[in-house]
Design a protein around this ligand. Sequence first.
Ligand code: SAH
Length: 359
Amino acid sequence: MLGAGQASFRGQQIFEALYRHRIENLDAISTLPRNLRSQLEAEGWSVGMPRISQKFVSSDGTIRYLVELADGETVETVWMPEGDDGESGDGTEAGDESESGATANRFTRATICVSSQVGCAVNCRFCLTALLGVKRNLEAGEIVGQVAVVLRDRQVEPPIQRVNLVFMGMGEPFLNYENFMKAARLLVEGVGIPESRMTVSTAGIVPRIYDFGAEPVRPKLAISLNGSNDELRAAVMPLNRKWNLSDLMEAARKFPLRARERLTFEYVLLAGVNDSPAQARELRELVRGVRAKVNLIALNPGAELPYQTPEKQSVLEFQEILVRAGVPAFVRKPRGRDIYAACGQLKRTIDIAPAPAVP
Ligand code: SAH
């Protein structure tokens, strides 16, 4: 705005209109004088949001959105009313919230799972998104745009409260690091969601974990382990050949945590592969001494995946071994499995079994 010969507060007005009020076009920014709006349009400026092209509603209330970007590419974004317990025990306000805290609001708390890339380049063997390969990185605006369209669709108005964000949708956020960080800052400063309500999950891009630890404004960190030793982890996450467990755990141990903050380790349980009591004990030793909790995720199945979901009993035994050793361990609730909205199931909608569509 200064460059256009305008007062700097005009820039602030546009920023607020975009992020706080989620306006759709320049002409709707009523705080700007009419002639300035038409001047900006004449100069070729435009604003906008991604479009919700499809919406699938699960029996558990989870909604999976197919979000279309300006160039026609699509990503998936998931709304989980009441969350999936992923925040449990991470030492923050969001993690301490109980579901019984219901008030007059339509939801006590909700979590939005956000994508960072179209597809993914990290070839995890248990994840359906991996089958897509990576098409492109999302821009910061496209990452924020997913949150904006979902908030609007759910009629969540500012001040936005009890909404958590997890960057755990399609893609590897740390392979799109700059855009992801810019989006996180815009979400804090623009949309008004505190960084303590955001968690980014990485498959283990070790150099970016160090960069992330040095950021002045940053979400919480989750690391996908999924194997209790190098051989096992490399078999399910080929990326382990580039950054192995000792590199990864060193980065985790050195990660500068805030007061009360805990790291999260995610561990997807694959029946007969990484879910035995011996592997639970190995995992317990691996994470010993790190201020962390473990989120256990029983595999969300996919027809193309070479793995099976473990029985409930073995998940609970695995959890018990960690808990008895003083490692906080939580079992994540699968959300929206019936509409392919759960972890690892985000794949281009047209490629999957039909789910009940809502216009
Ligand atoms: N690329 C990032 C974020 C996306 S994956 C990462 O790898 O962490 C988010 C989480 O879903 C990861 O912990 C991943 O291990 C888990 N996940 C992937 N496929 C899954 C599946 N089929 N069932 C359960 N969890 C899965």
